[in-house]
Design a protein around this ligand. Structure first.
Ligand SMILES: *[C@@H]1O[C@H](CO)[C@@H](O)[C@H](O)[C@H]1NC(C)=O
Ligand SMILES: *[C@@H]1O[C@H](CO)[C@@H](O)[C@H](O)[C@H]1NC(C)=O
Ligand SMILES: *[C@@H]1O[C@H](CO)[C@@H](O)[C@H](O)[C@H]1NC(C)=O
Ligand SMILES: *[C@@H]1O[C@H](CO)[C@@H](O)[C@H](O)[C@H]1NC(C)=O
Ligand SMILES: *[C@@H]1O[C@H](CO)[C@@H](O)[C@H](O)[C@H]1NC(C)=O
Length: 194
């Protein structure tokens, strides 16, 4: 799928999650449909524009006008149904500079990083340096096992997250960009949408 998501790092987190969840292939294919999406940014320091589309995914343009010393990414993925209370699928808070160290020190992650960079011109530098970064057509494979995990008939999912900057040593977080997306995962035979 191609779509339009939130900011730089939530995108990074999402991609990382997808990549790390493995590349198993299944008989069925899964497609994401967005029913709602919105986001905020911290203009004029940090400007985000996103575009969403059901079949093509998420694209974004992020303009960073001031260096961000300590960026922190948060993402919460929930699965919803009318009967039960929301189920947490993924809930993580990550300091990007730490993540950067992991990327640089663990050779296993090199393909993940390369693949991420292929889909955007985000630099993955830490601190985040001023510039304009764009990502078009973030594609999630219809065979990605994460989608089969998210798929449940009559269930919907939501993704809530953001990119924050850590202020001082006490870890207070100030939002740079937050986003919210809701949608559903649809199961179809492979090839129908490819
Ligand atoms: C985005 O939509 C969600 C769900 O409708 C809502 O709770 C949230 O306040 C909205 N955020 C913004 C920034 O509009
Ligand atoms: C965001 O991007 C869309 C698609 O490229 C464009 O039509 C729209 O004007 C942009 N919005 C802002 C606020 O830049
Ligand atoms: C995606 O499809 C759903 C349901 O078919 C529709 O409600 C929604 O508006 C669509 N979203 C976009 C971004 O096209
Ligand atoms: C997500 O994790 C945070 C920090 O560990 C925790 O405070 C929060 O309650 C969790 N939320 C959900 C819905 O699991
Ligand atoms: C990323 O791509 C956009 C659009 O193609 C371009 O305007 C921007 O200068 C590029 N940024 C960097 C850091 O290369």
């Amino acid at each position: 799928m191609r779509g339009n998501w939130r900011t730089l790092v939530s995108i990074t987190t999402w991609l990382l999650l997808l990549e790390l969840s493995g590349i198993g292939s299944k008989e069925s294919c899964y497609y994401i449909f967005f029913t709602h999406a919105n986001w905020t940014d911290a203009r004029p320091r940090f400007i985000v524009n996103m575009t969403f589309s059901n079949q093509t995914g998420i694209g974004s343009v992020t303009t960073i006008n001031e260096e961000i010393a300590s960026p922190v990414s948060r993402i919460l993925i929930l699965q919803h149904s009318s009967k039960e209370k929301p189920r947490t699928i993924y809930n993580a808070t990550m300091k990007l500079c730490d993540l950067q160290n992991v990327f640089n020190s663990v050779p296993l992650f090199k393909p993940v990083k390369d693949n991420m960079l292929k889909q955007s011109n985000y630099s993955l530098s830490c601190p985040l340096v001023p510039g304009t970064y764009s990502m078009g057509n973030m594609k999630v494979s219809p065979k990605n096992p994460l989608l089969s995990l998210l798929y449940q008939p009559k269930h919907t999912f939501s993704v809530k997250g953001g990119l924050f900057e850590e202020l001082g040593s006490r870890g207070r977080l100030r939002p740079l960009s937050t986003y919210f997306m809701a949608g559903k995962v649809v199961k179809r035979s492979c090839g129908a949408n490819e």
